[in-house]
Design a binder for this molecule. Structure first.
Ligand code: NAD
Length: 480
């Protein structure tokens, strides 16, 4: 469904006009100085602070997300990204001088980061502000024009994101388009210079096919099944408190949430006991208290509720044991944090990304067995390892692949703007945050300048028959 009041044709025409305006305006935006771009980022920063309560209210309406969590995961992540860009943008924008080979003597060379042009950002619903606005910060810092489409499944947030962006940018520079799949598909028909998509791997494939049509460059920030390994030397309090924390936060609807746990068989029972302890400590000692906790969100929509409870029912139907939780109320889209053991092979929960508060636990005997299990599946976005032994986490680092790794914690890799954030293959391609985001939205243009006094290529002009030239080429091949 596109915008309620206007026809599909009118809507397409509106998008075409908006895109064309941005295309015509892009060189003006590209010419902006670091100082001018910083002023835009500061305006966005101020608008976020001004709208802090409105953001909290929108997130409560969309997901029943607690205000403090909104402050930390939506607002401070974005204001932090802006502050970081303000500190470093001048350096990122300045030409990066590079060396030359001896055979190119007389020339100088540098890399000039220029904006890609007109960019599309497609965002998901689970962290609507953070996942729309952090890419916007990178795109604006790099000097691009942007059309941003937030998710239709968090409509209060999408509405507010539009209002905030309209407060800060003229539409020919940055515009927000609200709408659903049909609007996303209409946008994907346009020849954007870069597409930045955050969402599921299934839709990522559709976006990639659309990008191929125009050979648009592409960032895919996708999801997947992120494992947490807990070995027998791990600090159990730390492991249980962090895994329970990130599994239940946002009711598990986090791309870097630990999807499942691989635990050494000797400590499985102890870990489960501590996980139960922390779920109770965070949300309440009884099922009723947990249901009423103001700190525990709901699943986003009925279809997602049916999907996640379907995973639970499928596992239980195949013989899995519910060790904790399992309580669900469809009218509220409430699903309690739930621990599952003895989930048989072939259960759907081992295949699909859960994106909800279910935590299946799988024991292993040797670390190699756990590593083989991970490597038999698509590369995850995050990988967590809890161990006191350095050689264990080094083995995991060397023998597995994932977008990011976090040792003895959960989720920290997202919050450090010095680190690239992104996946590999099924969990995505490309990266952002900090300078990585600036570069993702820039083209690294190679520039080289030849001195007027001398150019080595003169020595290599045809005819190629002299022994002297052969000698020079011989030197170049061997030494220069
Ligand atoms: P989604 O893929 O359903 O939707 C994301 C965006 O794509 C939305 O704006 C939506 O309108 C649009 N879209 C949906 N279907 C489309 C189609 N057929 N054609 C074109 N556009 C379409 O994802 P979601 O349900 O909003 O979010 C959940 C997924 O996102 C999970 O897989 C999660 O792991 C992933 N995710 C990844 C990150 C990350 O940073 N890597 C962050 C959050 C969520």
């Amino acid at each position: 469904m596109v915008a309620d009041t206007i026809s599909s044709e009118a809507w397409h025409a509106h998008l075409d006009t908006l895109f064309e305006r941005q295309r015509q305006h892009q060189y003006e935006v590209a010419r902006t100085t670091a100082r001018e771009r910083k002023a835009k980022l500061r305006a966005l920063y101020d608008a976020l602070l001004r709208n802090r309560t409105a953001i909290q209210e929108a997130m409560w309406a969309d997901l029943r997300k607690p205000a403090l969590e909104v402050d930390i995961t939506e607002i401070s992540t974005t204001t932090g990204e802006i502050r970081y860009a303000l500190r470093h943008l001048s350096r990122w924008m300045s030409p990066h001088r590079v060396g030359i080979r001896l055979s190119l003597i007389g020339s100088s060379a540098w890399v000039h980061y220029e904006p890609k042009g007109v960019c599309l950002i497609l965002a998901p619903w689970n962290y609507p502000f953070n996942l729309s606005l952090i890419p916007l910060v990178s795109a604006v810092a790099a000097g691009n024009c942007v059309i941003l489409k937030p998710s239709e499944h968090a409509p209060h947030s999408a509405h507010l994101i539009k209002a905030i962006v309209e407060e800060c940018f003229p539409p020919q520079e940055a515009a927000v388009v609200e709408g659903d799949v049909e609007v996303a598909q209409a946008l994907l028909k346009l020849p954007f210079d870069h597409i930045f998509f955050t969402g599921s791997p299934a839709v990522g494939k559709i976006v990639m096919a659309a990008a191929a049509e125009h050979l648009s460059s592409l960032t895919l920030e996708l999801g997947g099944k992120s494992p947490a390994i807990v070995d027998e030397t791990a600090d159990l309090e730390r492991a249980a408190s962090r895994i329970a924390g990130l599994k239940a936060m946002n009711a598990g609807q986090i791309c870097i949430s630990p999807d499942y746990v691989l635990v050494h068989e000797s400590i499985q029972e102890a870990l489960i006991e501590r996980l139960e302890h922390y779920f109770k400590q965070y949300y309440g000692a009884t099922p009723e208290a947990r249901q009423q906790s103001p700190d525990y969100p709901r699943l986003i929509h009925d279809r997602h509720f049916a999907f996640v409870t379907g995973l639970l029912n499928n596992a239980v139907g195949l013989g899995a044991t519910v060790r904790f939780g399992g309580h669900a109320i469809a009218q509220e889209r409430y699903l309690e944090p739930t621990i599952l053991t003895h989930v048989p092979e072939g259960a759907a929960i081992w295949e699909a990304e859960i994106f909800g508060p279910l935590l299946p636990i799988r024991p292993y005997r040797t670390l190699t067995e756990a590593i083989d299990y991970i490597n038999a599946r698509p590369k995850p976005l995050a990988l967590y390892i809890f161990s006191r032994k350095r050689e264990r986490w080094q083995q995991v680092l060397h023998e597995t692949r994932s977008g990011g790794v976090c040792i003895n914690e959960c989720g920290l890799q997202f919050f450090n703007p010095n680190l690239p954030f992104g996946g590999q293959n099924h969990s995505g391609m490309g990266r952002y945050h900090g300078q990585w985001g600036f570069q993702e939205f820039s083209h690294a243009r190679a520039v080289t300048r030849q001195s007027n006094l001398w150019t080595s290529t003169r020595l290599l002009a045809p005819p190629y028959r002299t022994a002297f030239m052969r000698r020079i080429v011989d030197w170049v091949i061997r030494w220069l």
